[in-house]
Design a binder for this molecule. Structure first.
Ligand SMILES: Nc1nc2c(ncn2[C@@H]2O[C@H](COP(=O)(O)OP(=O)(O)OP(=O)(O)O)[C@@H](O)[C@H]2O)c(=O)[nH]1
Ligand SMILES: [Mg+2]
Length: 287
């Protein structure tokens, strides 16, 4: 019912009210419209996930299990060229999320790749089925790279060990990208409330369902994805760490978080609480 915490987070937020606001702002204040349009363009850009690593480590296999998760609205997965190929240029890392695939302890070039990545990087220790103690290699490899490192056997056949936790973590990181983008748009909208010609329209947008949903997406997901990789038996399902699906229960969950978190967490929990209450009101036909 709420899109804020889902795989396609924010999909229920169709942006129609935002488009109406853009039209109104365009009529009232050209400068404000340019600022708003630029922020909306960034927010609506597709999210790129790049799967990278040295030749033969299992980039295609990892890509396949991620892409097969399905229903990932607005997210594109792609395999880069391989790193460290003699005579070839190393691939450019430009994705919103980079998944670096290893199949043993990291090599020097893996660290070069991590340093070349612009934003979020997740390490995946593939071919875990071929290692005696994949959890230990993942922990030491992750520490060496300064990253979260998940053991997986993406191309080892029917078991697909570690695939569910990998998908859960990638989902969480994609939600973080969405949250960051929503926060940037929200900040532009709040800034526009200082412009007299558009203040009323922007405030009305922020107070209506779509603006409230935007606030909830911007607040991000807490708790994020559980740390389910280190030492976990292969193939163990991760608890998704998400609040209840029922809107009233979810509102209660976030209200409970108000006591648990610091000031930032309180703001975030309030935004989500507010959004879930709206969900429940819509569901109960109260608005
Ligand atoms: N044992 C085992 N083998 C795997 C696993 N994943 C991939 N492989 C094998 O490793 C080889 C390379 O896998 P790919 O997924 O093609 O790796 P890649 O990095 O895309 O390779 P290139 O694109 O050719 O550089 C293939 O023979 C796969 O069957 C795994 O989890 N376990
Ligand atoms: Mg490949």
């Amino acid at each position: 019912m709420s899109g804020a915490g889902s795989w396609d987070g924010g999909a229920s937020w169709d942006g129609r009210a935002l488009d109406a606001l853009r039209l109104a702002v365009r009529r009232a204040d050209v400068g404000a419209a340019v600022t708003l349009d630029a922020a909306v363009r960034v927010q609506r850009r597709g999210i790129d996930v790049q799967v990278t690593g040295r030749a033969g480590v299992g980039r295609s296999a990892v890509l396949a299990v991620l892409a097969a998760a399905g229903g990932v609205g607005g997210v594109g997965f792609a395999e880069t060229d391989a790193w460290d190929v003699p005579g070839a240029v190393d691939p450019a890392l430009t994705g919103d999320l980079v998944v670096l695939v290893l199949c043993g302890p990291p090599r020097a070039v893996d660290l070069v790749a991590v340093r070349a990545a612009p934003a979020r990087v997740l390490a995946v220790l593939n071919k875990a089925d071929a290692l005696a103690d994949p959890a230990a290699v993942a922990v030491s490899g992750g520490a060496e790279l300064g990253l979260e490192c998940l053991p997986v056997a993406a191309g080892a056949g029917p078991a697909g060990a570690g695939v569910d936790p990998l998908r859960a973590v990638v989902r969480g990181l994609i939600d973080e990208v969405r949250a960051e983008r929503a926060a940037a748009l929200l900040s532009v909208l709040r800034g526009l409330t200082g412009a007299a010609a558009v203040r009323d329209q922007v405030e009305a947008y922020l107070g209506a369902d779509e603006g409230v949903r935007l606030g909830a997406v911007a607040a991000g997901l807490k708790p994020r994805v559980p740390q389910c990789h280190s030492g976990e038996p292969q193939g163990t399902r991760c608890d998704s760490g998400e609040p209840p699906g029922d809107p009233l229960a979810a509102a209660g969950y976030w209200r409970g978080r108000l006591q648990a978190d610091g000031a930032g967490g309180v703001r975030a929990a309030l935004a989500r609480h507010r959004d879930h209450v709206r969900d429940w009101e819509r569901w109960a036909g109260r608005v």
